[in-house]
Design a protein around this ligand. Structure first.
Ligand SMILES: Cc1ncc(COP(=O)(O)O)c(C=O)c1O
Length: 369
């Protein structure tokens, strides 16, 4: 049996007619930039997240950078980010000229360890970017308390957690601003790059909107130099169509995750992802920690099962951050992840019998290793 890590074709097949129809509408109306669907999607996504403003942008990385700029983050400011994330989180900080300050993660949750944040705060610290990694909200009560105490901004990185909830509130409503990515493999994915910034703050919304669109509100009346980072109208049309299915798709991901957990729970060589109380995890990824991980990956591959590692090198250990001179012992959990973490296939269309096949193969591997 062949099981891909992600199967976008299966999802597209299920909504192909709806998608073809809206793509044709955009083309027939040559409505490509800041068009009708962009407006409709942003309104619908704001409603979905339960937030006042949604600004479509070119991608999640730009979204983070624009949010930080809108908040006035500038050179010499410090911004706290988790050591375990995709590079976009820290890249955005560097791209606005600020200093990246990494914090290690909670071992079984994978999200930023809120007990370690205060030690990293200095008089230059201006913001925290919690990442709701793999679809699980970061510990936001603790982060909000720290941000209040030290007067820091919070920019939620929601790239992996569309529709996740923290204590009955949607992620994306818990900080000053929040950013989503619509990269094709995300829980809500476009057919190319796309992203959105959401906020309840009118001033920040206007600022972000202007930065993303050449510093203007009127066609040629530019109040400052911004950039060109707009959500493409074709992508907005696709996202607007897919948004209607997101809750159902997230539910199916949760069902897959629960099935994995039931089947994997008695394998001593496997550690399952932890859950915090009172949240809804939307399982963008299902990440376990596995003894003898690299050989397990090979065994699964030989049996037709594709897996992933998110991420093989922790951010502080990337060459890109060698100038910070971090040592392995500075981020022991992120360092440990590098040899243990393993992302198993998860997507709404993944059938139960395929999960069973994956688990059977994991069991077979550990019989001999
Ligand atoms: C945690 C995280 N932040 C930010 C991004 C950046 O999003 P994009 O690829 O749309 O720029 C991603 C996307 O992969 C991500 O996983």
């Amino acid at each position: 049996m062949n099981i891909p890590f992600i199967d976008l074709k299966a999802q597209i097949k299920s909504i192909r007619n709806e998608i073809d129809e809206v793509i044709n509408q955009v083309i027939d109306n040559t409505d490509f930039i800041n068009g009708k669907f962009n407006k409709i999607f942003c309104e619908n996504f704001a409603k979905f997240i339960d937030v006042k403003h949604c600004i479509g942008v070119g991608n999640g990385t730009d979204g983070l950078e624009i949010a930080l700029t809108a908040l006035g983050i500038k050179p010499n400011d410090e911004v706290i980010v988790p050591a375990n994330s995709f590079i976009a989180t820290s890249e955005a900080v560097s791209n606005v000229g600020a200093k990246v300050v990494f914090v290690d993660c909670f071992e079984n949750l994978y999200t930023i360890n809120t007990d370690l944040i205060e030690k990293k705060i200095t008089s230059n610290t201006k913001a925290i970017i919690p990442v709701h990694l793999h679809g699980q909200p970061a510990k936001m009560d603790e982060i909000i308390a720290i941000a209040k105490k030290y007067k820091l901004y919070i920019v939620e990185d929601c790239a992996q957690a569309h529709g996740a909830k923290y204590k009955n509130k949607n992620i994306g409503t818990l900080g000053d601003m929040a950013v989503f990515s619509f990269y094709p493999g995300k829980n809500l994915g476009a057919f190319g790059d796309g992203g959105a910034i959401v906020t309840n703050n009118d001033k920040l919304a206007l600022k972000a909107q202007m930065i993303a669109n050449h510093g203007r509100t009127d066609k040629y009346n530019h109040q400052f130099e911004g950039k060109n980072s707009r959500l493409d109208n074709l992508q907005a049309a696709i996202l607007n169509t897919k948004l209607k299915h997101l809750n159902e798709w997230n539910y199916k991901r949760q069902t897959c995750a629960n099935h994995y957990k039931t089947l994997l729970k008695d394998i001593p060589q496997i550690k399952l992802p932890g859950l915090i109380d009172n949240i809804s995890h939307v399982y963008h990824l299902f990440v376990i920690r596995a003894v003898n991980r690299d050989n397990l990956i090979k065994f699964l591959k030989d049996n037709g099962i594709s897996t992933g590692i998110h991420y093989p090198i922790g951010l502080p250990f990337l060459e890109a951050y060698s100038y910070l001179n971090h040592k392995n012992k500075d981020f022991p959990i992120t360092y440990q992840y590098q040899t243990e973490i393993l992302s198993l296939p998860i997507y709404p269309e993944l059938e139960k019998h395929k999960i069973q096949y994956i688990v059977d193969n994991i069991k077979e591997f550990y019989k001999h290793n």
